[in-house]
Design a protein. Structure first.
Length: 316
């Protein structure tokens, strides 16, 4: 129910009027169109707010099924459903509780909220995130959409931070001191920056079709020796298009992604003591043991033998 929204000490709007709700949103974030799909006038829409220094956190509840559309966003947005689902029409996907929809600048909102859907919506400037993370502008997946899932440690950290922030709002009856606002904002944006800085996210859910083909083909053939040319054939596009797509949506080159996926598979198998170092290297597509050992140590800070020995001792 909307009376269970976070940040309830600062309830900004409670109304059945969708034009009033649209005016409220457009006065605070990127302009958007609010189209009621099942408006019967029986349920209220409610919005709460917890401002930080350069970040806005909203609690949002739509009493009716509603379609939200915008042009290209100028800021970063995160949407975290608390109850029911939100349909992301542009990619034909649904986002539910404990998942996060991340919309980067340049992307467009095309969302259908189910009736009685509640969520936390966060909006912050791209420049703030870039300053805290130290990443270059090109690393920010401009125009991209991503669905983040709770299996990722950065996502779990973000959920914990939001729970703590909502508790602080309640404890302080909505009056969080400026110094504490700065503290919470730094923690919040650092958590998001860490997610974006990860060159190989655990869950790459939203990719253009050609990249999706390449990633899926790679996972199906991960145990074989692979080259970028193999991915180009699987994707059905030019090498330049593939490389540009990987940089924009995944944050690294195709060659780097292949290597990281193979090393991650080897690391997992060594932790599970699935064979000797030589066997693991061979089954992960590495033909030269010395080359594999050097790459592995550069990536994990220890040799494959050290990983295997450590986990063999634990399982005894």
């Amino acid at each position: 129910m909307y009376n269970e929204l976070p940040f309830s000490y600062n309830t900004c709007l409670e109304s059945r009027d969708f034009e009033e709700a649209q005016a409220f949103l457009n006065s605070r974030i990127d302009e958007r169109e609010v189209i009621p799909l099942t408006a019967q006038g029986n349920s209220s829409n409610c919005f709460t707010l917890q401002p930080l220094r350069q970040t806005l956190l909203f609690g949002a509840h739509w009493g009716e099924r509603v379609h939200i559309r915008s042009g290209a966003l100028s800021t970063c947005h995160l949407v975290l459903p608390l109850s029911r689902f939100i349909e992301v029409r542009s990619i034909n996907r649904f986002v539910g509780p404990n998942e996060i929809l991340l919309m980067m600048p340049g992307s467009e909102a095309d969302l259908v909220w189910e009736a009685d859907c509640s969520a936390i919506v966060i909006t912050f400037d791209r420049e703030v995130l870039q300053h805290l993370s130290g990443l270059e502008r090109e690393a920010f997946y401009s125009g991209a959409l991503r669905i983040l899932r709770p299996q990722d440690r950065h996502v779990r950290s973000l959920f914990s931070l939001l729970q703590c922030l909502a508790s602080q709002h309640q404890i302080n009856e909505g009056e969080i001191l400026p110094v504490m606002q700065q503290h919470w904002e730094s923690l919040l944006i650092e958590s998001i920056a860490n997610q974006l800085a990860d060159p190989t996210p655990d869950h790459i859910d939203i990719l253009p079709l050609q990249l999706r083909r390449a990633v899926d083909w790679l996972q199906a053939h991960i145990e074989q020796p692979l080259t970028v040319s193999d991915l180009v054939k699987a994707a059905g596009c030019s090498r330049r298009s593939l490389e540009n797509g990987f940089q924009q949506f995944i944050g690294c080159s195709p060659a780097r992604y292949i290597l990281q996926q193979k090393l991650d598979l080897a690391h997992q198998r060594l932790q599970q003591t699935q064979g000797t170092v030589s066997e693991v290297a061979y089954h992960c597509g590495f033909n030269h043991l010395s080359h594999f050992t050097r790459l592995y140590k550069d990536h994990y800070g220890e040799t494959p033998s050290q990983t295997l020995k450590r986990h063999t001792l634990v399982t005894r």
